[in-house]
Design a protein around this ligand. Structure first.
Ligand SMILES: C[S@@+](CC[C@H](N)C(=O)[O-])C[C@H]1O[C@@H](n2cnc3c(N)ncnc32)[C@H](O)[C@@H]1O
Length: 204
């Protein structure tokens, strides 16, 4: 999976013309707010693209926010919209492939919506999991959403891996499952994509 592919997606499509667009990341926000994390919590949205999650969390007073993405175009478009809200300097943007990322701090919460499922190669999956485990603080949370077994088999023309709860529990077996479910995402094209989501906690 390469940077140019994703830059091209973000260059050629407007914010609400991609299948994963959400006017409001409602389910993620509900779960995150239910955790009652302190406002000093360090939160990262991995593969956040132009998602409004960081802006919503900022508005809810979270101030240690990071968005990582492989696409420079996605991050510059995100920065533009954060600028308009005066919050661009407050949110840390990291341009990197997640499997090659190096962080200088650990996180209380790692959020991933529709990113891990693009890692179809076991080596990349292992790199992601190793990085996640070292980057989460003790008692930190991991909230992931992927396409479910009833969801699409491709996204943006790329093969993805579909997961159900059992698969994610086995993939992230070093973490403890706290909550899980499925969600129908209604795309801007009037189609429905079924997601599996799981909230995990690092117990030590
Ligand atoms: C389907 S979009 C989801 C965007 C966002 N999470 C959301 O829910 O709106 C996938 C995002 O992951 C990014 N991405 C894909 N592969 C990545 C990788 N290996 N490392 C970091 N970001 C990646 C893409 O640039 C894109 O922004």
């Amino acid at each position: 999976m390469d940077k140019n592919f994703w830059d091209n997606v973000y260059e050629s499509k407007s914010e609400n013309n991609v299948s994963w667009y959400q006017e409001m990341p409602k389910r993620s926000l509900e779960i995150i707010m239910s955790l009652n994390l302190p406002i000093s919590a360090k939160i990262i949205d991995v593969g956040g693209g132009q998602s409004k999650l960081s802006e919503c969390l900022y508005e809810k007073s979270y101030k240690d926010l990071t968005v990582l993405d492989i696409s420079e175009v996605a991050l510059s478009k995100l920065k533009e919209s954060l600028n308009a809200k005066n919050s661009s300097n407050k949110i840390n943007l990291i341009l990197s492939n997640v499997v090659e990322a190096k962080f200088t701090k650990q996180f209380d919460l790692w959020h991933d919506r529709a990113v891990f499922h693009f890692l179809t190669n076991p080596e990349d999956q292992k790199k992601y999991i190793d990085l996640l485990l070292t980057s989460l603080m003790a008692n930190g949370y991991f909230l992931i959403s992927t396409f479910s077994k009833n969801g699409p088999s491709k996204c943006s023309g790329l093969e993805i891996c579909q997961y159900d709860k059992k698969d994610l529990v086995s993939m992230f077996s070093k973490l403890e499952l706290i909550e899980s479910g499925t969600e129908d995402h209604h795309t801007p094209f009037n189609t429905v994509q079924n997601f599996t989501y799981c909230l995990f906690k690092k117990m030590n």
